[in-house]
Design a protein. Structure first.
Length: 217
Protein backbone atom coordinates (compact mmCIF):
# COMPACT_ATOMS: atom_id res chain seq x y z
CA UNK A 1 0.00 0.00 0.00
CA UNK A 2 1.42 3.36 -1.04
CA UNK A 3 1.77 5.81 1.88
CA UNK A 4 -0.63 8.75 1.83
CA UNK A 5 0.92 12.16 2.32
CA UNK A 6 -0.40 13.85 5.45
CA UNK A 7 -0.63 17.24 3.77
CA UNK A 8 -2.73 15.98 0.84
CA UNK A 9 -5.63 14.69 2.93
CA UNK A 10 -8.73 16.81 3.48
CA UNK A 11 -9.59 16.02 7.08
CA UNK A 12 -13.31 15.42 7.67
CA UNK A 13 -15.09 16.71 10.71
CA UNK A 14 -14.58 14.53 13.77
CA UNK A 15 -17.35 12.10 14.50
CA UNK A 16 -19.74 12.75 17.36
CA UNK A 17 -18.65 11.61 20.78
CA UNK A 18 -19.12 7.91 21.47
CA UNK A 19 -21.14 8.69 24.58
CA UNK A 20 -23.68 10.69 22.55
CA UNK A 21 -24.09 7.83 20.07
CA UNK A 22 -24.43 5.30 22.86
CA UNK A 23 -26.89 7.17 25.08
CA UNK A 24 -28.94 9.04 22.51
CA UNK A 25 -28.64 7.07 19.29
CA UNK A 26 -31.27 4.54 20.33
CA UNK A 27 -33.91 7.29 20.56
CA UNK A 28 -33.95 7.64 16.77
CA UNK A 29 -36.90 6.09 14.97
CA UNK A 30 -36.31 2.37 14.67
CA UNK A 31 -37.87 -0.97 15.46
CA UNK A 32 -35.79 -1.19 18.64
CA UNK A 33 -36.73 -0.28 22.20
CA UNK A 34 -37.16 3.44 22.79
CA UNK A 35 -36.22 5.31 25.96
CA UNK A 36 -39.93 5.46 26.91
CA UNK A 37 -40.34 1.71 26.46
CA UNK A 38 -37.23 1.14 28.55
CA UNK A 39 -38.56 3.25 31.44
CA UNK A 40 -41.88 1.38 31.36
CA UNK A 41 -40.09 -1.96 31.30
CA UNK A 42 -38.05 -1.04 34.38
CA UNK A 43 -41.13 0.16 36.27
CA UNK A 44 -43.22 -2.90 35.37
CA UNK A 45 -40.48 -5.33 36.35
CA UNK A 46 -39.83 -3.52 39.64
CA UNK A 47 -43.51 -3.67 40.58
CA UNK A 48 -43.72 -7.33 39.58
CA UNK A 49 -40.94 -8.04 42.08
CA UNK A 50 -42.77 -5.91 44.68
CA UNK A 51 -39.83 -3.57 45.10
CA UNK A 52 -40.29 0.07 45.98
CA UNK A 53 -38.31 2.71 44.12
CA UNK A 54 -36.27 3.18 47.28
CA UNK A 55 -35.50 -0.55 47.52
CA UNK A 56 -34.31 -0.75 43.93
CA UNK A 57 -32.38 2.51 44.14
CA UNK A 58 -30.46 1.32 47.21
CA UNK A 59 -29.56 -1.99 45.59
CA UNK A 60 -28.14 -0.36 42.45
CA UNK A 61 -26.47 2.59 44.18
CA UNK A 62 -28.76 5.34 42.89
CA UNK A 63 -31.01 7.84 44.63
CA UNK A 64 -34.74 7.16 44.60
CA UNK A 65 -35.25 10.55 42.96
CA UNK A 66 -32.94 9.67 40.08
CA UNK A 67 -34.61 6.28 39.63
CA UNK A 68 -37.99 8.03 39.53
CA UNK A 69 -36.72 10.24 36.70
CA UNK A 70 -35.55 7.15 34.80
CA UNK A 71 -38.92 5.41 35.21
CA UNK A 72 -40.74 8.53 34.03
CA UNK A 73 -38.50 8.92 30.99
CA UNK A 74 -37.09 12.24 32.21
CA UNK A 75 -33.44 11.20 32.18
CA UNK A 76 -31.22 8.68 30.42
CA UNK A 77 -29.20 6.31 32.63
CA UNK A 78 -25.61 5.40 31.94
CA UNK A 79 -24.68 1.97 30.62
CA UNK A 80 -23.28 1.08 34.05
CA UNK A 81 -26.55 2.04 35.78
CA UNK A 82 -28.56 0.02 33.28
CA UNK A 83 -26.39 -3.02 33.86
CA UNK A 84 -26.84 -2.70 37.63
CA UNK A 85 -30.63 -2.33 37.30
CA UNK A 86 -30.70 -5.28 34.91
CA UNK A 87 -28.89 -7.53 37.39
CA UNK A 88 -31.23 -6.65 40.28
CA UNK A 89 -34.40 -7.02 38.20
CA UNK A 90 -33.21 -10.13 36.40
CA UNK A 91 -34.26 -8.44 33.18
CA UNK A 92 -31.96 -7.92 30.16
CA UNK A 93 -32.01 -4.16 29.58
CA UNK A 94 -28.75 -3.72 27.69
CA UNK A 95 -29.08 -6.44 25.10
CA UNK A 96 -29.25 -5.98 21.34
CA UNK A 97 -32.88 -4.84 21.60
CA UNK A 98 -31.74 -1.73 23.41
CA UNK A 99 -28.22 -0.91 22.34
CA UNK A 100 -28.30 -1.47 18.60
CA UNK A 101 -25.01 -2.60 17.11
CA UNK A 102 -25.14 0.20 14.54
CA UNK A 103 -25.22 2.76 17.35
CA UNK A 104 -22.07 1.42 19.02
CA UNK A 105 -19.16 2.39 16.82
CA UNK A 106 -16.44 -0.22 16.53
CA UNK A 107 -14.09 -1.41 13.84
CA UNK A 108 -11.45 -3.99 13.08
CA UNK A 109 -8.39 -3.05 11.04
CA UNK A 110 -6.77 -6.12 9.48
CA UNK A 111 -3.03 -6.49 9.16
CA UNK A 112 -2.01 -5.37 5.69
CA UNK A 113 -5.07 -3.12 5.32
CA UNK A 114 -3.83 -0.23 7.46
CA UNK A 115 -3.78 3.29 6.09
CA UNK A 116 -0.19 4.55 5.87
CA UNK A 117 0.75 8.18 6.41
CA UNK A 118 4.00 9.99 5.78
CA UNK A 119 4.10 13.10 7.94
CA UNK A 120 5.76 16.34 6.78
CA UNK A 121 9.46 16.72 7.56
CA UNK A 122 10.21 12.99 7.81
CA UNK A 123 10.38 9.87 5.66
CA UNK A 124 9.04 7.71 8.50
CA UNK A 125 5.81 5.87 7.70
CA UNK A 126 3.02 5.85 10.30
CA UNK A 127 0.54 2.94 10.08
CA UNK A 128 -2.91 3.95 11.31
CA UNK A 129 -4.34 1.41 13.78
CA UNK A 130 -7.80 2.97 13.82
CA UNK A 131 -10.18 2.56 10.90
CA UNK A 132 -10.07 6.15 9.69
CA UNK A 133 -8.94 9.68 10.45
CA UNK A 134 -12.18 10.83 12.06
CA UNK A 135 -11.53 9.51 15.56
CA UNK A 136 -10.88 11.67 18.67
CA UNK A 137 -7.69 9.66 19.20
CA UNK A 138 -4.79 8.93 16.83
CA UNK A 139 -3.17 5.50 17.24
CA UNK A 140 -0.20 4.57 15.05
CA UNK A 141 2.33 1.79 14.61
CA UNK A 142 5.75 3.20 13.72
CA UNK A 143 8.97 1.52 12.61
CA UNK A 144 12.08 3.69 12.30
CA UNK A 145 15.86 3.70 12.56
CA UNK A 146 18.22 6.17 14.20
CA UNK A 147 19.31 7.29 10.73
CA UNK A 148 15.80 8.53 9.98
CA UNK A 149 16.27 11.30 12.51
CA UNK A 150 13.96 12.94 15.02
CA UNK A 151 10.17 12.76 14.86
CA UNK A 152 9.61 15.87 16.96
CA UNK A 153 9.27 18.08 13.89
CA UNK A 154 6.44 15.87 12.62
CA UNK A 155 4.51 15.88 15.89
CA UNK A 156 5.00 19.48 17.07
CA UNK A 157 3.39 21.68 18.06
CA UNK A 158 1.37 19.04 19.87
CA UNK A 159 -0.90 19.82 22.82
CA UNK A 160 -2.24 16.27 22.92
CA UNK A 161 -1.74 13.70 25.66
CA UNK A 162 0.63 11.05 24.33
CA UNK A 163 1.28 7.42 25.22
CA UNK A 164 4.09 5.38 23.64
CA UNK A 165 4.71 1.64 23.97
CA UNK A 166 7.97 0.14 22.68
CA UNK A 167 7.54 -3.22 20.95
CA UNK A 168 11.05 -3.72 19.56
CA UNK A 169 14.33 -1.84 19.78
CA UNK A 170 14.68 1.31 21.85
CA UNK A 171 13.70 4.97 21.87
CA UNK A 172 15.42 8.12 23.07
CA UNK A 173 12.83 10.65 24.24
CA UNK A 174 13.38 14.15 25.55
CA UNK A 175 10.66 15.96 27.49
CA UNK A 176 11.63 19.48 28.41
CA UNK A 177 15.13 19.14 29.86
CA UNK A 178 14.72 15.49 30.89
CA UNK A 179 15.92 12.58 28.75
CA UNK A 180 14.41 9.08 28.83
CA UNK A 181 15.48 5.79 27.26
CA UNK A 182 12.82 3.19 26.53
CA UNK A 183 13.61 -0.47 25.88
CA UNK A 184 11.40 -3.30 24.66
CA UNK A 185 8.22 -3.49 26.72
CA UNK A 186 8.64 -0.01 28.22
CA UNK A 187 5.97 2.66 27.95
CA UNK A 188 5.69 6.37 28.67
CA UNK A 189 2.84 8.85 29.05
CA UNK A 190 3.29 12.61 28.72
CA UNK A 191 1.86 15.95 27.63
CA UNK A 192 2.92 16.43 24.02
CA UNK A 193 3.63 20.12 24.56
CA UNK A 194 6.86 19.11 26.36
CA UNK A 195 8.19 16.86 23.59
CA UNK A 196 11.67 17.96 22.51
CA UNK A 197 13.08 14.76 21.06
CA UNK A 198 11.88 11.38 19.77
CA UNK A 199 14.26 9.09 17.88
CA UNK A 200 15.23 5.44 17.65
CA UNK A 201 18.19 4.30 19.72
CA UNK A 202 21.20 3.50 17.52
CA UNK A 203 21.87 -0.15 16.77
CA UNK A 204 18.58 -1.61 15.56
CA UNK A 205 15.21 -0.42 14.23
CA UNK A 206 12.59 0.57 16.77
CA UNK A 207 8.96 -0.47 16.45
CA UNK A 208 6.43 1.17 18.71
CA UNK A 209 2.84 2.34 19.05
CA UNK A 210 1.95 5.94 19.73
CA UNK A 211 -1.50 7.12 20.83
CA UNK A 212 -2.48 10.79 20.96
CA UNK A 213 -5.66 12.46 22.15
CA UNK A 214 -7.21 14.69 21.05
CA UNK A 215 -6.33 13.93 17.47
CA UNK A 216 -3.56 16.11 16.02
CA UNK A 217 -4.59 15.34 12.44
Amino acid sequence: MVPVRYDTIAWPERKRRFQYDCFYGYQKESSHMSATELSQRIKQRRKALRLSQRDLAERVGLTSGFLSQIENGLTIPSIESLQAISEVLGEPLTDSDFLVASDVKSSVVRKGRRLKLQLPGTDVVFELLTSDLKQPMDVFMVTMTAEQGDLTVALSPCSAEVSIYTIEGGLDIKLGEKAYQLGEGDSIYFDGIFLRGLRATAGRPARFTIAMTPSIL
